[in-house]
Design a protein around this ligand. Structure first.
Ligand code: AP5
Length: 210
């Protein structure tokens, strides 16, 4: 299974990708997590990406295409994968198509901007493994501690309301057109965000016929 999860910032792509990855036994490839690790480790990619990420802007396509090509060549991707946060522009989608990758489905999680702004204030992310939590909707067992690895949970720097608004504007301009792109290829499945994480997983599995 080769799957793309589309949706605005905070739609729940990372949350659903983690759940589906366990269920389908295929890895999740999150460009956001790869870039945050690169920034933390001060790698050349991280140094290039940081200013864009802090401002809520997209990292240039050539950087992303390099990062994703390298990651998809790793052995754990042989049986399939879930792409979370990539492609995010038409040129990125074209680069994947040019590389000969055939996707089984593209799931777009549909949610309003207002719900996103309300939700992002409560997100906490593991500084070690990237797992997302929410203070109300998906709290960790122990406050401030990751259930998966025991890492420290923190709010993301780009979850400040003013940056979230910029990220939403970028989503509508650059990423939302991918719905038409994959719709034309008969791959698009639109799934409405549900009041709970579990209900959204059920809706995605139904849309995928699983
Ligand atoms: P990235 O990390 O990809 O951020 P994003 O797409 O903006 O998405 P998020 O990670 O913010 O949200 P999500 O949809 O995964 O939601 P989550 O599951 O956490 O990218 C960050 C930056 O990196 C970009 O701004 C850009 O600069 C750069 N970048 C990355 N990829 C790039 C690319 N391809 N090209 C160029 N630049 C790139 O859920 C959010 C919260 O809601 C959580 O707290 C969760 O617990 C809660 N929640 C989830 N689902 C539900 C539900 N159904 N009900 C209630 N609460 C829920």
């Amino acid at each position: 299974m080769k799957l793309i999860l589309l949706g605005p910032p905070g739609a729940g792509k990372g949350t659903q990708a983690d759940i589906l990855s366990k269920r389908l036994a295929i890895p999740t490839i999150s460009t956001g997590n790869i870039l945050r690790a690169a920034v933390k480790n001060g790698t050349p990619v991280g140094l290039k990406a940081k200013e864009y990420m802090d401002a809520g802007k997209l990292v240039p396509d050539e950087v992303i295409i390099g990062v994703i090509s390298e990651r998809l060549a790793e052995p754990d991707c042989q049986k399939g994968y879930i792409l979370d946060g990539v492609p995010r522009t038409i040129p990125q989608a074209e680069a994947l198509e040019k590389a000969g990758i055939v996707f089984d489905a593209v799931v777009s999680i549909e949610i309003t901007d207002q719900e996103i702004v309300d939700r992002m204030a409560g997100r906490r992310v593991c500084t070690a493994c990237g797992t997302p939590f929410h203070v109300k909707n998906m709290p960790p067992k122990t406050e401030g501690v990751c259930d998966n690895c025991g890492g420290k949970l923190e709010a993301r720097a780009d979850d400040k309301p003013e940056v979230v608004r910029d990220r939403l504007a970028v989503y509508h301009k650059e990423t939302a057109p991918l719905k038409d792109y994959y719709g034309e290829r008969k791959l698009l499945k639109m799934v409405d965000n549900q009041p709970t994480v579990a209900a959204t997983t059920t809706a995605i599995l139904e849309a995928l016929g699983l």
